[in-house]
Ligand binder design. Structure first.
Ligand SMILES: NC(=O)c1ccc[n+]([C@@H]2O[C@H](COP(=O)([O-])OP(=O)(O)OC[C@H]3O[C@@H](n4cnc5c(N)ncnc54)[C@H](OP(=O)(O)O)[C@@H]3O)[C@@H](O)[C@H]2O)c1
Length: 317
C-alpha cells in the first residue's frame, strides 16, 4: 500500500510517499480501507518537532520511521476475531490511537473497534474524516469536561476553526448562550453556526465585552488565558486546549475563583457515536475549506501550517 512516511522531522518535504506492507490487525481491530483523512494542527507540530513527535506518537524504542495522522474515514475490509460491532463493508470513521500512533496517512489503517463509529449515510467520507479529532475535542471539552448546562453562557474562542465550528453548534445543542470569536471575515460564518454573539478578536477586546461567561473554551497559547479568566464569571470554568494553569495564570484563576482545566482529547468510540448522531441529525456539520488528493498531502500540511481560517482541511485517498 501507499503511505506517507516521516523519517526525520522538518519541513513538508520530509513527508515522502512510499510503498509499504499493509498493517496486520489484532483480534480487537478492524482494517480500514481509507477513503479520507483530515489534517489537524497537531500533525504540523509533530512533523516539525521531535519533542512533539515523542509526546504525541509515543514511539517505540529505536523506532525511526513514522506515519503521521489520526483522523480516518473508510470502509472495513477485515475484522479481527474478537470484533463484535462491525462487519466487512461497514463505512466507519474515528480518531485512531490518540495519543499514540494513528498511522493515518496510508491507504489502510488498523483501528481498535472501540475507537470507531459507523459513518452516517447522509455525509461523505471527507465530511466524516473532518469530524474526528476536532469534533471529539469540542464534544469532550463542552459536554464532558465543562458539563455545559442549558441556559449557561459559553465563550468559544477561534469559533471558525476546526474545533470551533463544531463547538458552536454543540454548545447550542446543549442549550447554552454562545459568544464566538474570530476575525471579521468569519463573522457571518460563525453566526451561521448558531452563535448568539460575535466578537472580532482583532478589533475588539473580548474581555471587555464578556465578563460573565459560565464556560470559556480557549485553544490559544500562553497569556491568552488571562483574557479568558477576565471573561469568565466568578466560579466559572475554563477549558484550555494548549496552555497549563500554572504561575501567573493559576494565580489569576484562583483570585477570581475560576476553575481551569487543561484537557487533551482522547480516542473514544462511545464519544464518536455521539458525533455520528450529531452529524446524522444535522446538529453539527463539517465545513471543508480545502480538499487535496493523497499525493498532494504535503500541500495540505502547508495549507494548515500557514493558517486554516475556516472549518477543516481534508485529504482524499
Ligand atoms: N488539547 C487538545 O486536545 C486539542 C485538541 C484539538 C485542538 N487543539 C489545539 O487547539 C488549537 C485550535 O485547533 P483547530 O483545529 O481549531 O485549529 P484551526 O482549524 O487551524 O483553526 C484555528 C482558528 O483560530 C482562529 N484564531 C487565530 N487566532 C485567534 C484569536 N486570537 N482569537 C480567536 N480566534 C483565533 C482562526 O480564525 P481567524 O482566521 O478568523 O483568525 C482559525 O479559525 C490548535 O492549537 C490545536 O493544536 C488542542
Amino acid at each position: 500500500m501507499k503511505a506517507f512516511l516521516l523519517r526525520q522531522t522538518g519541513g513538508i518535504e520530509k513527508l515522502r510517499p512510499e510503498e509499504i506492507t499493509k498493517p496486520r490487525i489484532e483480534a480487537n481491530e478492524v482494517l480500514i480501507k481509507v477513503q479520507a483523512i483530515s489534517i489537524n494542527p497537531v500533525d504540523i507540530y509533530v512533523r516539525k518537532d521531535i519533542n512533539a513527535l515523542k509526546t504525541f506518537i509515543l514511539p517505540e524504542a529505536g523506532q525511526d520511521i513514522f506515519i503521521l495522522g489520526w483522523d480516518v474515514a473508510g470502509i472495513v475490509e477485515e475484522i479481527g476475531e474478537d470484533v463484535k460491532d462491525f462487519k466487512i463493508g461497514d463505512a466507519v470513521f474515528g480518531l485512531i490511537n490518540f495519543r499514540g500512533a494513528g498511522n493515518a496517512y496510508a491507504e489502510y489503517v488498523a483501528a481498535p473497534e472501540s475507537q470507531v463509529a459507523l459513518k452516517p449515510n447522509n455525509i461523505s467520507f471527507e465530511q466524516a474524516a473532518a469530524a474526528c479529532l476536532a469534533a471529539l475535542t469540542a464534544w469532550q471539552a463542552l459536554a464532558i469536561h465543562a458539563k455545559l448546562k442549558p441556559g449557561e453562557k459559553v465563550l468559544i474562542h477561534a469559533a471558525a476553526g476546526g474545533v470551533g465550528h463544531y463547538a458552536v453548534p454543540i454548545a447550542k445543542h446543549l442549550g447554552a448562550y454562545v459568544v464566538g470569536t474570530a476575525s471579521a471575515d468569519n463573522k457571518e460564518f460563525v453566526l451561521s453556526l448558531g452563535a448568539d454573539e460575535f466578537v472580532d478578536y482583532q478589533n475588539q477586546k473580548v474581555e471587555e465585552l464578556v465578563t460573565d461567561a459560565d464556560v470559556v473554551l480557549d485553544p490559544m497559547y500562553g497569556d491568552h488565558l488571562l483574557r479568558s479568566i477576565k471573561a469568565a464569571k466568578k466560579g466559572g470554568r475554563i477549558i484550555s486546549l494548549l496552555t497549563d494553569f500554572e504561575g501567573a495564570i493559576a494565580e489569576a484563576a484562583s483570585m477570581k475563583e475560576v476553575h481551569g482545566y487543561h484537557m487533551a482529547v482522547a480516542s473514544n468510540g462511545h464519544d464518536m457515536k455521539e458525533i455520528a448522531s450529531l452529524l446524522e441529525r444535522g446538529i453539527i456539520s463539517s465545513h471543508i475549506s480545502a480538499s487535496y488528493d493523497f499525493e498532494e498531502l504535503p500541500k495540505a500540511h502547508q495549507h494548515q501550517e500557514v493558517g486554516n481560517s475556516r472549518g477543516k482541511i481534508v485529504v482524499k485517498i
